[in-house]
Design a protein around this ligand. Sequence first.
Ligand SMILES: Cc1ncc(C[n+]2csc(CCOP(=O)(O)OP(=O)(O)O)c2C)c(N)n1
Length: 388
Amino acid sequence: MSGAELAALLDRHGFDFFTGVPCSLVEDLITALERRPRDPYVAAVREDAAVGLAAGAWLGGRRPVVVMQNSGLGTSLNALASLSLMYGFPALLIVTWRGFEGKDAPEHLLMGEISPGLLDLLRIPYRVLGPSSADELLGWARREMDAREAPVAILVPPGIVETGGSSVAAAEVADSATRGRGGSTALRAAPDAGSGALVPTVISRREALAVAVKELGDAPVIHANGYVCRESCATEDRPQNFYMIGSMGLAAAIGLGLALVRPARASVVFDGDGNLLMSLGTLAMVGSLAPKNFVHLVFDNEVYGSTGGQRTPSREVRLDHLARGAGYRTATAVTTPTEIAAALRSALGTRGPHFILVKVTAAEAVVPRIPHTPAVIRDRFRRALSRA
Ligand SMILES: Cc1ncc(C[n+]2csc(CCOP(=O)(O)OP(=O)(O)O)c2C)c(N)n1
C-alpha cells in the first residue's frame, strides 16, 4: 500500500496527532503525514520525546500516533514503561521492523529478532501489518488503545508500505537549491544571547515555587520528576498540575505536545536542570516549532538534587543561552522573587516560546511524595483542562 493510503486510513480511524522519528521503511507515510493541511506530522528528535509529545497531545484531547523504527523502541523503553504504561496514555506506535527474518544490515539484526519479545515484555499488544490488513488493524488498534487507555503497536515489516517519494522537507531543500538559493530558507536570527555573571543565588526552589504559583492563574503545568514535583505539590496541589513521577527528561516534550494541540491556552513546564540536560534536543524542537503559548521554567540548582546532589554541567553552562540559541523567543535568567514574578507574568501575557531560568540554591524542603496515583494525576489534569 502507499503511504498516502495508510495516512488516509489513519485519518478515517480517528487518529489526529502524528509525531515520530523517521525510518526509510515508512518514508512515504511520513511524507503524506507532513502534507496534512491541519496538524501535520511533528518531527521529534528522539523517540522518547515523541512518546512525551503524544502524551501531551492526548491530555489535550487527541488520539496520537508515534512513528518509529524498532531501534527507537530501545530509545523509548523508559518513556513507554514509566510514562505511557504507568499513567495509561493511549497511543498507536507504528514501529518499523528492521532486521525482519534476519535479513538486514548488521545493526538491525538483534533488535529485529527481539522486537516482538520486547513488546511482549512491555505488555504492549501488537499486530504485524500485512499487505491488505491495514484497515482491520487500525480498527483493532483504536478500539484496543481506547479501551485499555494504553499504547498499542503495529509492527511494519519491509515492503508493506511503498517507498520512494521524497519528504516535504527534502522537496523544499531541492526546490530552493534549483532556484539557486540552496540551504536553509527560514533561519531566524536568535536574539542577543547576552552575557555576564548572574547575581548570586539566594532563593531556594521552594521559595521560588511559592512566588511562581501565585502568577499561574489556571494555567496547566507539567512538572519534571523528582523534588520539583514534590515541592510544588506541597506548595499548592492544583488539579492543573501534572506531576511526572517517572520518565526523567520528558516534561518539556509533554508540555510541547499540549501546547501544540491547545494553541489558545498557555502550556507551562516546571523543569529541573538535570531533566532538561537529559533531553536537550527538545529545546531545538521548541525553537523550530515556536509555539507561542509555551512557557518553560527551569529551576536550576546545578545538581541532581533528588539523587543526592551530584553536580550537573549547568554550573558552567548557561541553559538560558542554549534556549536562546535554539530559538526561544525570549530567554531570561532570574534570581530574586521580584524577578521571578515579573518574568512569569510577562511570559504568560506575551507571545512565546519563553524560557525562564530560575537560579535556586540546592536546599531541599522536607516534603512528602506525591500522594496521588498516576491515574488520578492524569484524570484530574485532563478534567481541569476540559473545563478551562
Ligand atoms: C532515566 C532516569 N535516570 C535517572 C533517574 C534518577 N533520578 C531521579 S530525579 C533525578 C535528578 C533530576 O535532576 P534535576 O532535574 O536537576 O532536579 P533535582 O533533582 O535537582 O530537583 C535523577 C537522576 C531517573 N528517574 N530516570
